[in-house]
Write a protein of this length. Sequence first.
Length: 326
Amino acid sequence: MTDHSPAFVMGVDIGGTKVAAGLVDRTGKIHAQIRAPMVTTDEAGDGLSAVLSAIDSLLAQHAEARTQVRGIGICAPGPLDPAAGIVLNPPNLACWRNFPLAPEVEAVYHVPVKLENDANAAALAEAYWGAGHGFRYVFYAGIGTGIGTGIVCHGHIYNGRTGAAAEGGHVSIDYRGPRCSCGKPGCIEVLAAGPAIAARARAKLSSASAPRSRILEFANGDGERITSEMVGEAYGAGDAIATQTLQETVALLSLWLSNIVDLLEPDVIIIGGGVAAMLRPLFGEISNRLADYCINSRCGEIPLLQAHYGADSGIAGAAALCWPRP
């Protein structure tokens, strides 16, 4: 008798403060999800318990799916070893150092478990089911608190020799620039991620000659409370400081992406993360600026698209690790 019950993969997204888990079918649809706190400062076992608790909570809420889960995909911040399923030493997951996360989870649930860098996984979800579907060579950049990137070639993540490839957020575009948390000066992350956008606006507003700005209104007059989201909201209202701040961000991202194009020449560039929606009205300008920087004379043929998956990119990306290429 043929089993017509639906099949799911569990996608688990681990961050510095939360664990998100979802049930995802082979079309990339998320049928159910849950979010729970992540424990990062105690023993390795406490961090593992937080992950298992999130998985168990989701399965308890959807008991009918317990026998339909075909695998568990996990994405987490790097560095990690995806082939062995080991979390190496991510800065914001201090509980885990050389921790065999995938084998530990597999021993509990007795289904295949795969582990991958969060940006790589998000890139795979976009290539399978999202904005990158139908493209051979996909470059993904998630721009938020940091900048994470992933490269997918013919439906496969490019991991490099040891699994540490595609750290595009730590490509430097200014050797005299501010020092990034990774130790290098002028990384695009330290120049154009969300905190950098907020800091640039804050610096402009500190000038005695700065015009009145909606950004400060949104921050209730407290410059230290300014966020990139406030800059984006002020930009939408036509604010001069916000416009200038985002124009400078566009220039930085355009120069960085021109390097990516000349190095990789992807079929498509996909921008995700919390800053993506704010930058979406400026995608056309970024694309136009690429021609000013690129050696590649056909750079204008490469579409720049907003990611399909927003806050759920980690869940979808983790699940994509366990589904065969569509």
